[in-house]
Ligand binder design. Sequence first.
Ligand SMILES: Cc1cc2nc3c(=O)[nH]c(=O)nc-3n(C[C@H](O)[C@H](O)[C@H](O)COP(=O)(O)OP(=O)(O)OC[C@H]3O[C@@H](n4cnc5c(N)ncnc54)[C@H](O)[C@@H]3O)c2cc1C
Ligand SMILES: *[C@@H]1O[C@H](CO)[C@@H](O)[C@H](O)[C@H]1NC(C)=O
Ligand SMILES: *[C@@H]1O[C@H](CO)[C@@H](O)[C@H](O)[C@H]1NC(C)=O
Ligand SMILES: *[C@@H]1O[C@H](CO)[C@@H](O)[C@H](O)[C@H]1NC(C)=O
Ligand SMILES: *[C@@H]1O[C@H](CO)[C@@H](O)[C@H](O)[C@H]1NC(C)=O
Length: 521
Amino acid sequence: MAVLRLRALVLAVCLVCFYAPAPSWAAAGDFLRCLSASVPSQLLFTPGSPSFSSVLVSSIRNPKFLTPGTVRPLCIVTPINASHVQAAVLCGRRHGVRVRVRSGGHDYEGLSFRSVQPEAFAVVDLANLRSVRVNRASATAWVDSGATVGELYHAVAKASGDRLAFPAGLCPTIGIGGHFSGGGFGLLQRKYGIAVDHVIDAVLVDAQGRFLDKKAMGREVFWAIRGGGGESFGIVLSWRVRLVPVPPKVTTFIVPVSVNDGAVDVLTKWQEIGPALPDDLFIRVVVTNGVATFQSLYLGTCDALLPVMRGRFPELRMNRSHCREMSWAESVLYIYVGSGKPVPVTDLLNRTTLMDTSNKATSDYVRQPIGRDVWAEIFTWLDRPNSGLMILDPYGGEISAVPEAATPFPHRGGVLYNIQYMNFWAAGNDGEPNVRWIRDFYAFMAPHVSKNPREAYFNYRDLDLGRNVVVGNVSSYEAGKVWGEKYFKGNYKRLALAKGKIDPDDYFRNEQSIPPLAKNK
Ligand SMILES: Cc1cc2nc3c(=O)[nH]c(=O)nc-3n(C[C@H](O)[C@H](O)[C@H](O)COP(=O)(O)OP(=O)(O)OC[C@H]3O[C@@H](n4cnc5c(N)ncnc54)[C@H](O)[C@@H]3O)c2cc1C
Ligand SMILES: *[C@@H]1O[C@H](CO)[C@@H](O)[C@H](O)[C@H]1NC(C)=O
Ligand SMILES: *[C@@H]1O[C@H](CO)[C@@H](O)[C@H](O)[C@H]1NC(C)=O
Ligand SMILES: *[C@@H]1O[C@H](CO)[C@@H](O)[C@H](O)[C@H]1NC(C)=O
Ligand SMILES: *[C@@H]1O[C@H](CO)[C@@H](O)[C@H](O)[C@H]1NC(C)=O
């Protein structure tokens, strides 16, 4: 049990009182005094500040992390320039206070703003550092970590007259910083691969407070930050990316198939067809109680799409009435919202999300098609009380053509599709039966998914897969294998060596950060 004590601290710029774990309150006071010397007081929020709660909650996406039991930071810093980020790291280092960095706040375990064990830590919230600078002529952009993917997509579409795009996630409010740090996949992955396949430079603040670009950070660290997981190597301030061409009009369709109409057969078939279609065609499936909904993006016209569907996937019985032609930027929201109604493209800039439900998620990779009988049984799982849903994202094409060691994201050749399991419950409920359902369903799925290791996607973070064990003031490399090899397969060791280079003291640490490994081990 943590003993929490109230301490009143008088600071140069703010008069505050806050709760902090007893052992570090003195360090915390020194840390805050240090910060006050370099960061304007209106950018610092301690639990005594009137806006502390609203700043903390501003980008929380899961109300289950709003309970009184959640371990909160002793301070939130909201930098408006890079020197403030540097100051947070230098003061944190000097006074033994760790920082957790938050970009979009979508972390499934909330690790960008909470600690699982009581600990005095600060949050560096990058929401104010979010410019997007598009260079149409070179088809590149610099994007700051605090931007959302929606802000990136909007800027790219606008600057290019809907001719350029970027291959990353579907939900417009996810933050660039966390999303790129873990890979970043979405509806363009079969054509163009994932976000980190297109990162060509970056600016990192390391544990010594240095600003490092691609060249200065060195080959191994630049490799590691492109998918090796957020928080582990330092704070990435901005990313230079290569943009990709898209036709000015793309085609989307959404086709629901109920179990009574043959969803089990269509899904069984989809497993082999989805990953083998032409790269311009992406068909994912959302599987809920009694219905499989096929959601698709095609980089071309409806006229060109119809013969492909008739030839390759007649079982879906898709026809012209399902086609909706629109710009690529519009297609993101059309498919994400999924209501079948058009959504204005400016909604890509809306950073507010609904907070009416909490959720729990986890993931799997499938390398062998799942049998028809198993699909029939899966639908009985989705029909139970307190059940959730599955999202199946097809691989194949470019995402699978990139070699496994080219980036830390290892789920490449041979993967048929990714499964995300998700369950929701009303904010305010404890969600225990919903979490139990997802854990039981995950256990049921074990024989049918990838093995040795049972692969998982880092950005669908799940602490059930394991967490760090600290030995002698650094996270243990051996203990970290339990979760690290699921997320990174054979790349885990190389990530640990890169961590050993850039942050051997393990200053940047959370429950699933990469442990440092010294070279001679
Ligand atoms: C509704 C929803 C939809 C999603 N859809 C997709 C999808 O389509 N495709 C997909 O691939 N993923 C998807 N995700 C997962 C998403 O990619 C991850 O949750 C991602 O980590 C979120 O990034 P963030 O900046 O919003 O999160 P944060 O919570 O801010 O950060 C996540 C982790 O990265 C660290 N971090 C944040 N910023 C930085 C930085 N600048 N430098 C270093 N470390 C940093 C944090 O400390 C934390 O550990 C979705 C998530 C949600 C909630
Ligand atoms: C960053 O902000 C500080 C004020 O906190 C200011 O002194 C400094 O000049 C700014 N730096 C840049 C590069 O804008
Ligand atoms: C443990 O690491 C932290 C962060 O690097 C450091 O501040 C602290 O002094 C270290 N403690 C010991 C006992 O080495
Ligand atoms: C197209 O599909 C819809 C829905 O499945 C169906 O109602 C409609 O009759 C079909 N149209 C044609 C021309 O086949
Ligand atoms: C932004 O999205 C939220 C959540 O969906 C919604 O409630 C709000 O009305 C939207 N704001 C604007 C300006 O559209």
